[in-house]
Design a protein around this ligand. Structure first.
Ligand SMILES: [Zn+2]
Ligand SMILES: [Zn+2]
Length: 183
């Protein structure tokens, strides 16, 4: 299995310990070589919905493509400590191009505090790892999977996120072997 290159990039302010945790663990989920680009991407206020104050995820991905400063063989997963939505959905935990280069993970709804529960850094990091791993799977060409424990299972709520694992199932991994993930 060949190894894809992934760069993790913060957009706006993101704690470094979040990026470092993800960079350390993601290669255990997928065959990727990871680096962190700590030079944060700015988020133009015009990308926020005036009513809901959420980031428009699709427009944010278009904006990222226009800001491309990374190597053409690198996939780019941007971490945003904010809330976002996409057409037809009240919110998204993340979004990525299928088999493409750009993806984003939105952290706001991964914190227990968002749901009125007490702060729990390890639970928050585990959720962030699951969502980053899920979007990375899409970047590597994987679609949603029906295996309950698989990280590629679609999550409609935070409870769905908590039920799944942060790694892909054997079926998804075998698809990657066939697809040849090198870009
Ligand atoms: Zn998905
Ligand atoms: Zn799977």
């Amino acid at each position: 299995m060949s190894v894809a290159k992934l760069v993790l990039v913060p957009a706006g302010f993101v704690y470094h310990w979040i990026l470092e945790f993800l960079a350390e663990r993601l290669p255990e989920a997928f065959p990727v070589e990871i680096r962190i680009d700590f030079d944060s991407v700015g988020i133009p206020p015009s990308l926020y919905d005036l009513g809901s104050s959420q980031l428009r995820s699709e427009d944010f991905l278009i904006y990222l493509r226009s800001k491309d400063r990374w190597a053409s063989d690198e996939k780019v997963l941007v971490i945003v400590d904010d809330d976002a939505y996409a057409p037809g959905m009240n919110f998204v935990f993340g979004q990525a191009e299928l088999g493409g280069r750009f993806g984003a993970v939105y952290l706001a709804r991964l914190r227990p505090e968002f749901y009125g529960e007490k702060e729990d850094r390890s639970l928050f990091l585990l959720r962030a790892l699951k969502e980053a791993s899920h979007e990375l799977g899409h970047l590597l060409g994987l679609r949603h999977c029906l295996t309950p424990s698989c990280v590629m299972r679609f999550s409609l709520s935070i409870w769905d996120v908590d039920r799944k694992d942060w790694k892909p199932c054997d079926l998804c991994l075998s698809k990657l072997g066939v697809l040849n993930v090198r870009t």
